[in-house]
Design a protein around this ligand. Structure first.
Ligand code: DGL
Length: 256
C-alpha cells in the first residue's frame, strides 16, 4: 500500500481490522507530499516508483491508499503490472448521493483529484441528478501531514472548507482524501448537525479482503511494516496514536 504520507494509514487500519493476519507493507511518501498540488507527471512517477518497490518485495496486491494517486495513476499502474491486483480509493460519491435527502452533495478532495478525468467521470456516472459541490481543500493534507492535529492553522482550514459546504446547503459530504479521516471529527463539528460524512476506508478494505481471498495461498508472513521517505519518527508518532497493533517502522531506501 502507499500514500503521499500518513493519510493512507486510515485505509491500512481498516484493512488490518478485516485481514488481521495479512502481510502488510506500507510506503508513506512524506518527502514528496502533498501530491494534490503536484503535476500529473510527478504523481505518476512517484506512484510507479513506489509500486515497483512494493512489487520487488513480493506484493501481489497493491492498494493505492490515496485518492489523488488513484485519480491520475491507477490506469498506468494496472497497465504496467497486469499480474497484480491494484485496488484504488475514490471519493464515495455514490454513497453520499444515496445518503442525501436534499440532493445537495459535497466532496472534499485535493485539487488534483477534482481536476482529474477519472473523478469527473465518477461524478457523471454516480451523481444521479444531485447538485454536486466540489470543495478543493488546498493545504489541508499538507497541514495534517506536518502539524499537530490540534494546531490552530489546521483547525482554521477545516472550518473554512467545511463552512463553505455548509453554506452551500449540502446534507452529505464525501471525504475524498485519505488524510481527512484523521480530522473527520473536526469536519463533522464544523459542518454541524444533520450533515452525513462518507468515508470509504471500510469499503476499500472489504474490496481488498475479497481480492486477497481470491489470491489465497500467497503464504507471506503476517505482520505490518511501514516505510517512509520522510521522517520515521514523525510516522512512528502518528502510527502510535492511530494504530493499535504492532508494526515495524523504517526509512524507505534512499533510491526511492
Ligand atoms: N491522501 C491523499 C489523497 O487521498 C493525498 C493528499 C495529498 O498528498 O495531497 O488524496
Amino acid at each position: 500500500m502507499f500514500d503521499s504520507g500518513v493519510g493512507g494509514l486510515s485505509v491500512l487500519r481498516a484493512i488490518r481490522r478485516q485481514l488481521p493476519s495479512a502481510s502488510l507493507r506500507y510506503v508513506a511518501d512524506s518527502a514528496h507530499a502533498p501530491y494534490g498540488e503536484k503535476s500529473v507527471d510527478f504523481i505518476r512517477d512517484r506512484a510507479e516508483r513506489i509500486a515497483a518497490h512494493l512489487v520487488g518485495q513480493g506484493a501481489t496486491v497493491i492498494v493505492v491508499a490515496c485518492n489523488t494517486a488513484t485519480a491520475v495513476a491507477i490506469d498506468e499502474l494496472r497497465r504496467r503490472w497486469p499480474a497484480c491486483s491494484i485496488v484504488g480509493v475514490e471519493p464515495g460519491v455514490r454513497p453520499a448521493v444515496a445518503a442525501s435527502r436534499n440532493r445537495h452533495v459535497g466532496v472534499m478532495a485535493t485539487d488534483a483529484t477534482l481536476r482529474s478525468e477519472r473523478f469527473r467521470a465518477l461524478v457523471a456516472r454516480e451523481s444521479d441528478g444531485c447538485t454536486m459541490h466540489l470543495q478543493a481543500c488546498s493545504g489541508l493534507a499538507a497541514a495534517i501531514e506536518q502539524r499537530d492535529l490540534k494546531d490552530p492553522v489546521l483547525a482554521d482550514l477545516v472550518r473554512r472548507y467545511a463552512s463553505a459546504l455548509r453554506e452551500a446547503g449540502v446534507d452529505a459530504v464525501a471525504l475524498g482524501c485519505t488524510h481527512y479521516t484523521f480530522v473527520s471529527a473536526a469536519i463533522e463539528q464544523s459542518l454541524g448537525a444533520g450533515i452525513r460524512i462518507i468515508d470509504t476506508a471500510s469499503a476499500v478494505a472489504a474490496q481488498v479482503a475479497r481480492v486477497c481471498q481470491a489470491k489465497e495461498g500467497a503464504g507471506a508472513e503476517p505482520g505490518c511494516r511501514l516505510e517512509t521517505t520522510g521522517d520515521p519518527l514523525r510516522l512512528a508518532q502518528f502510527a502510535a496514536r492511530w494504530l493499535d497493533f504492532d508494526l515495524e517502522i523504517a526509512a524507505a531506501p534512499v533510491s526511492l
